[in-house]
Design a protein around this ligand. Sequence first.
Ligand SMILES: Nc1nc2c(ncn2[C@@H]2O[C@H](COP(=O)(O)OP(=O)(O)OP(=O)(O)O)[C@@H](O)[C@H]2O)c(=O)[nH]1
Ligand SMILES: [Mg+2]
Length: 260
Amino acid sequence: MQQELEQWKEQISHLLNVANDYLREVPPNQLYAAAAIVVFTTLLLLSLRFLKRTKSNTIVLTGLSGSGKTVIFYQLRDGSTHQGTVTSMEPNEDTFILHGETTKKGKIKPVHIVDVPGHSRLRPKLDEYLPQAAGIVFVVDALDFLPNCRAASEYLYDLLTKGSVVRKKIPLLILCNKTDKVTAHTKEFIRRQLEKEIDKLRASRSAVSDADVTNEFTLGEPGEPFSFTQCSNTVTTADASGLTGEISQLEEFIREHVKP
Ligand SMILES: Nc1nc2c(ncn2[C@@H]2O[C@H](COP(=O)(O)OP(=O)(O)OP(=O)(O)O)[C@@H](O)[C@H]2O)c(=O)[nH]1
Ligand SMILES: [Mg+2]
């Protein structure tokens, strides 16, 4: 046993000597270059891992009070409405695998969904979540749309001119909810009406003296009627019914921006 160990030691020290001699023959410049390459690749791999981990999985549900955000939140998580909801007083948030995906095999990345109440006093809460959002869902009541069009447009205007939203170009989905009722307006109609209303808002807001303007960015092209295509954020529209669980277009949007 002792002898074997001695042999091993000898062999190792011999190998070390050979390596040492070899290294002495290599010009130092080559050594430095090799070391630099090793350090550089390690750093690159580490930063890639870090980037991958910090990719956001947050989707923020916003919109006026009563548009159906909380119902949609429960549909996404549990596949049920929990027998109705009341006006939310606190943001609702959870990280989960979408209910529609629970039967899928393999590893699926969970989504962090935040439902921010529409009440104007609770809206500042949005600013806590927007900077980390991978996507924003603006829920609109397609049934009771016209009386709320102005208020919805104001809310949307504020969202689309927020620095945290514009700078990061966070994609926004206008989700026309409650389409289970035949009297619900179409998403094309809703999009057009919102554009018209925002166009009016733009004129009135730019007329306010500079000191009063709180929006960090302006919307659209000057001298042209407003259209969502002019926004630096991509704005798309989709239909849904939180009540009956028809949320496939919403799930598509989520998975487009939070990769499974
Ligand atoms: N017909 C119909 N009604 C819906 C649908 N989704 C929600 N509702 C109803 O709309 C009302 C408001 O829904 P909520 O989910 O509480 O609305 P909210 O957006 O969370 O409202 P706040 O929490 O006040 O911001 C409830 O009475 C729901 O039953 C839908 O798809 N179809
Ligand atoms: Mg709610």
